[in-house]
Design a protein around this ligand. Structure first.
Ligand code: ZN
Length: 437
């Protein structure tokens, strides 16, 4: 047997349907795919490269289901504010002044690098300048589902009859040979888009098999406004428009009631990307995770952008989510560690319609994985790897990252970008942002 890369002698947390944990095993990769998983010394092979994973666990690369990669340079710029003031007085004016393809490229290079250092192999993103995001993520080696936030309401005068989806079709063609890049369709939210635009999105998504990625019911105010304006709850409104007839990823989902959940469960093609830390910091509320689980609605996790989180650490997101919902429900058995880890792996892959390719370590799947070092004091002793991953681990224990079968980080060193250069850029843009508008 001849492989491109073999990770030798690790403990593999497969996240397969039986949740197998395989000790003293190897993973062999060829052409970006997992070709074999076998016990140490049970197979004779040649390989171009190898990684010694002894005293390590090997996990599926984490999947960040809601992000705004190019917001990096807004981190810590305006904190401790309500969402509407934060958006309207700080973020939107700065974006109007600064956003251009180069800014988006540089900022994405930074956040994509940061995500990889946090064990993330895939991001589901929403922003502007899709080419720049695709090129920056390709450079770093991060897999990304890209979407352009569609914003058109009375203020912009857009009537929603523009060529929605046309750009995605062009970009899918342009990047068809790049396995890291895919696209979704993203009306920003029901409050930032006209009814016409939302209807067009539903139509275009249905015709082209696009996933729709949107913000939904993040704040109580948003729900009240929808009820006032449309006499329907947000989910009922989406149903009327046809946006529940296509595969949907709904970011936040904090204020969704049981009747709405029944609609989502019945339709069965939507997932909720919960952004716990962003919701906590903006004081938006708590997503009803227990109810979602009871109703059988697929849930996963996103960091949101760093302007609201302010980190891109999905491990922390998972830990905070698990602990918060135990406390809220007065139930320490809620969201056990294994289930919490599924939120950032296999559940996320399902939300993207990629459960046959991503989200677990199995033969025939894409080789997106992280090697976690067990050398550190805080990782010992190890009884239960899920417990370690959810409650104990620090992202600095993510030692190596492999995405699409390629090593993109080795011993915490990124292989395709210069971290020092990224830091210099961050300071360059900081100076620009601090200039008066
Ligand atoms: Zn968002």
């Amino acid at each position: 047997m001849i492989f491109d890369l073999v990770l030798e002698n690790g403990t593999i947390i497969t996240m397969d349907s039986q949740n197998q944990i395989l000790e003293n095993h190897c993973i062999a990769i060829k052409d970006g795919m997992i070709q074999a998983i076998f016990p140490v010394d049970s197979l004779t092979y040649e390989t171009a490269e190898k990684i010694d994973a002894s005293n390590c666990i090997i996990i599926p690369g984490l999947i960040n289901m809601h992000s705004h990669l190019p917001m990096t340079y807004f981190r810590g710029l305006a904190d401790d504010l309500p969402l509407n003031i934060w958006l309207q007085q700080y973020i939107w004016p700065l974006e109007a002044k600064l956003i251009n393809p180069q800014f988006v490229y540089d900022a994405t290079l930074h956040s994509a690098a940061e995500m990889i250092k946090n064990g993330i192999s895939t991001a589901n993103d929403m922003y502007f300048c899709m080419n720049s995001i695709a090129d920056a993520c390709s450079k770093v080696g991060l897999r990304v589902f890209i979407s352009e936030a569609l914003i058109d309401n009375e203020q912009t005068g857009n009537d929603g009859t523009n060529a929605i989806g046309k750009r995605i079709i062009e970009l899918k063609e342009e990047y068809k040979d790049n396995p890291l890049i895919d696209f979704t369709l993203a009306p920003h939210s029901i409050y930032a888009c006209s009814e016409n635009t939302l209807k067009n999105c539903a139509k275009v998504a249905g015709e082209n098999d696009f996933i729709v990625h949107t913000h939904l019911s993040e704040t109580a105010e948003e729900v009240e406004n929808c009820l006032k304006e449309h006499k329907l709850s947000p989910v009922e409104y989406l149903q009327k428009i046809g946006l529940l007839d296509v595969q949907g990823i709904f970011a936040h989902g904090v204020w969704i009631n049981e009747k709405e959940m029944d609609i989502l469960a019945e339709k069965g093609n939507s997932s909720i990307a919960i952004c716990t830390e962003s919701n906590l910091k903006l004081s938006s509320g708590f997503a009803p995770i227990k109810k979602y689980q009871e109703k059988g609605i697929n849930i996963c996790l996103g960091t949101d952008g760093v302007a609201s989180n302010n980190n891109l650490d999905l491990l922390v997101e998972m830990s905070v989510t698990a602990k918060l919902h135990k406390a809220l429900n007065n139930d320490p058995t809620l969201l056990p560690a294994k289930d919490a880890f599924a939120l950032v792996t296999i559940n996320a892959a399902k939300a993207l319609g990629k459960e046959k390719e991503l989200g677990s370590l199995e033969i025939g799947k894409i080789a997106d994985l992280a090697v976690v070092s067990l050398q550190e004091l805080e990782n010992n002793p190890l009884y239960n790897p899920y417990s370690l991953l959810v409650y104990a681990i620090n992202h600095n224990s993510i030692r190596d990252m492999i995405i699409q079968g390629k090593i993109v980080m080795r011993n915490r060193q990124l292989l395709f970008v210069d971290e020092q250069h990224i830091l210099e850029k961050a300071n360059y843009y900081k100076k620009m942002i601090l200039k008066p508008l």
